[in-house]
Design a protein around this ligand. Structure first.
Ligand SMILES: [Zn+2]
Length: 128
């Protein structure tokens, strides 16, 4: 699995390793966005900073992978991928960890809980 990460996302990944979740804030229009990008998706400005968020959110949608995972993730089955709506607004694709997949529901509160998967600390969530 590649661990190549663009330089503009370094601050985000360093925060994840410290247990903090950051989103990008556009200095031109004030919009928040997730995942890290080079420019604002709303106004295209390239002046962007990172701001901390609460790590609280709700499941927008999710799917538990039971079979036929990509080969890099075959040993992780079953695992749950979810889109989480952060309390601050942006949505992010993530994995739900340490939670019974049968107990997950849309709109269910979740909290940021980074975990190490295949040697990398990833911005995962767990049931709140
Ligand atoms: Zn903007």
């Amino acid at each position: 699995m590649s661990s190549e990460r663009p330089a503009f996302s370094r601050e985000f990944w360093e925060a994840v390793e410290r247990g903090e979740l950051l989103v990008q804030k556009c200095l031109s229009c004030g919009g928040l966005q997730m995942y890290p990008r080079r420019s604002c998706v709303a106004c295209s400005a390239s002046e962007i900073t990172y701001v901390p968020v609460s790590g609280q959110g709700k499941i927008y949608t999710f799917s538990t992978v039971l079979k036929y995972a990509p080969s890099d993730f075959a040993e992780d089955v079953p695992y749950t991928l979810a889109v989480v709506t952060l309390d601050e607004g942006p949505r992010m694709l993530t994995r739900i960890v340490d939670s019974d997949p049968d107990g997950l529901r849309c709109d269910m509160p979740v909290k940021f809980a980074p975990s190490e998967i295949h040697g990398q600390v990833l911005p995962t969530f767990t049931a709140a």
